[in-house]
Design a protein around this ligand. Sequence first.
Ligand code: SAM
Length: 280
Amino acid sequence: MTVEGIRVSWGWLALREPADAAARAPDLVEHLRRHLPATGRRVIHDLGSGTGSMGRWLAPLLPGPQHWVMHDRDPDLLEVAAADLPGPAADGAAVTVETRQSDIARLHPGDLADASLITASALLDLLTEDELAGLVTVCAGTGCPMLLTLSVVGRVDLTPADPLDSRVAAAFDAHQRRTTERGRLLGPDAVEVAVEGFGRLGAEVLVRPSPWRLGAFQADLAAEWFTGWVDAACEQQVELAAETNAYARRRRAEATAGQLAVTVDHADLLVLPRRPPSTW
Ligand SMILES: C[S@@+](CC[C@H](N)C(=O)[O-])C[C@H]1O[C@@H](n2cnc3c(N)ncnc32)[C@H](O)[C@@H]1O
């Protein structure tokens, strides 16, 4: 199946939104605040916005009037983003939203020309190397900061441990790096490739861990994540399905009962372009 055929469900994004908010690295927002224009309305382009969870998290942490432009290829998710708006800015200033249905792998520099900030969350690992290289060039060309959160890095930890965990993890990572008709997806390699790409263009890149830590209070998310994790691993390595039947049933029951602690490692990047903020 190609990635073009896969749609991210509203239900999955809603389930993960609180865990995403808890996981993103708060100190990068502190850095970011110092690199935004001092006055005026900030235009923030959120790439692969889904239902707009990045805006709902970040807009109230930033001061000043903000206009969010949410880009996604999925019109149904954008419809939710247009209805479920972020709260006001940190100082109470107005936050407005517009949505744009687009393929973010085919953005032109003009699409982001008015950006004061570019954001993305849970997106980079879904791209191919060429797509990410194109995005790096277009985004860096704007000269504005970029906050790119929650890219998977290929490390998960389940407690209590099970001997099958590492085989499933390896097959899942291979699934994330699978070849599609657009090319091979980056999966857990995306962070390294993005850091190198932005670095080559002279940008400073700050990297922070942003793990999901799921326990009894996030049992629904842990169970749903586990199901997707095993299913993807078995799709990648078909022979694994027979071996993981009992394992999957047992682990899912543990997760649902809040007896499985799951850490899914991610990384957040704050990209600061060469151009000093005083010139914006
Ligand atoms: C894992 S979801 C994350 C959504 C949102 N950023 C969040 O954190 O809740 C990835 C999103 O990227 C969108 N997406 C993936 N590739 C895209 C592309 N090439 N162009 C536009 N949107 C894309 C998907 O439709 C989906 O909404």
